[in-house]
Design a protein around this ligand. Structure first.
Ligand code: NDP
Length: 331
């Protein structure tokens, strides 16, 4: 039997239940899935909060097992790339949304969705990074490919900085030598963000209101944006000439109010970051870099641990912007 957090769709909404499922049910769901993984760690991401609460129409079929990422050991494999005992990590590919995910003792997935546990990371730390950390690195890579380099007199902005994506982006960028300005709505996270390496803290309220002017003073050399919404519109008008924003998230809402002027008059670029369907070679690069470039002491500082039983409560808290940094769930 496999213990899992199972979601059911009821007239009153989504019901969350801890159940013991027969393992054959995992195979019924994904008969052609190559690999059964014994899940050791999973995590809580913003999207997990949405799935746990039935938001965003991310799940179309119930009963459903959420959990968009996990790390563990291969138990059974029909895929030549993996054998029992291999340590693996999964993020994305709509696992935990369209496919059953990691909030269970075992998961059955296609072998091509897995990556080997990166050298230098334990399964626990791989999940401390998880989808959020992996995506933060994809954003850093996109900004670098657009020409970003550390410069003494320039600042890189990170929005939603005390969240999962924001915490890893802040620590990685600071470690790479960037001056990081961290936007947060939580005064109690200022010391935490400075410990991660931010050199300036900006109050969310300062950037959450639309500006009356489409272009403001040029302020940022780059931005990793986990918030979207009004804040992204505002930041676009503050970008320095020719620079780029990596659009990662929508914690502040999906609708962006802007004009085309930042793009036309300042050559600003908006780089879309998707972690879900990211090709495997880019995944491997991002994980390799995370193992080297995310300082592990900072990662530990940004991580809280939880149990499967805590997920219903935490799933609500992350949507309310109350979860700091990353949450690893020991399964
Ligand atoms: P978290 O909840 O951990 O972080 C989001 C942070 O955004 C919060 O901690 C808070 O930071 C800030 N925030 C929350 N609500 C608001 C608001 N109304 N206005 C302004 N700021 C707000 O989530 P994650 O880090 O896991 O994910 C962040 C975003 O990135 C989500 O939208 C998620 O869906 C998206 N995402 C996208 C991926 C992709 O592939 N593109 C992959 C992973 C995540 P603070 O308290 O510091 O202000």
């Amino acid at each position: 039997m496999v213990k899992a957090l199972v979601l059911h769709e009821r007239d009153e909404g989504i019901e969350q239940a801890f159940e013991d499922l027969d393992e054959s049910r995992l195979k019924e769901r994904l008969p052609d899935g190559d690999v059964t993984v014994r899940v050791q760690y999973t995590t809580l991401n913003y999207k997990d909060g949405m799935v746990l609460n039935g938001l965003g129409r991310l799940v179309r079929s119930y009963p459903h097992i959420p959990g968009i990422d996990f790390a563990g050991e291969v138990e059974e494999s029909d895929n030549p790339d993996y054998k029992p005992g291999d340590k693996v990590v999964l993020t994305g590919w709509r696992v935990g949304e369209a496919h059953w995910g990691g909030y269970a003792e075992k998961a059955r997935v296609k072998g091509k969705w897995l990556v080997p546990l990166p050298d230098g990371l334990t399964a626990q730390r791989a999940m401390a990074l998880g989808t959020a950390g992996f995506t933060a690195m994809l954003a850093v890579m996109a900004l670098e490919e657009h020409g970003l380099k550390p410069a003494k007199d320039e600042q890189v902005l990170v929005t939603g900085a005390a969240g999962g994506v924001g915490s890893v982006a802040t620590a990685v960028l600071a470690n790479l030598g960037y001056n990081v300005a961290a936007v947060t709505g939580r005064a109690e996270t200022h010391d935490y963000l400075r410990d991660l390496g931010a050199t300036e803290i900006i109050d969310r309220a300062e950037l959450n209101e639309p500006s009356k002017k489409p272009l403001e003073a040029e302020r940022w050399a780059a931005c990793v944006d986990a918030v979207g919404g009004a804040m992204l519109g505002r930041v676009l008008g503050q970008m320095a000439y020719g620079r780029a924003v990596a659009a990662v998230g929508l914690a502040g809402g999906p609708e962006v109010k802007t004009t085309v002027l930042p793009f036309l008059l300042r050559g600003v670029n908006l780089l879309g970051i998707d972690s879900v369907m990211c090709p495997t070679d880019r995944r491997l690069t991002a994980w390799k870099r995370l193992a080297k470039e995310m300082p592990q002491d900072k990662l530990d500082e940004a991580t809280q641990t939880a149990k499967l039983e805590d997920l219903p409560r935490l799933g609500k808290e992350i949507l309310e912007g109350k979860v700091r940094g990353r949450t690893v769930v020991e399964v």
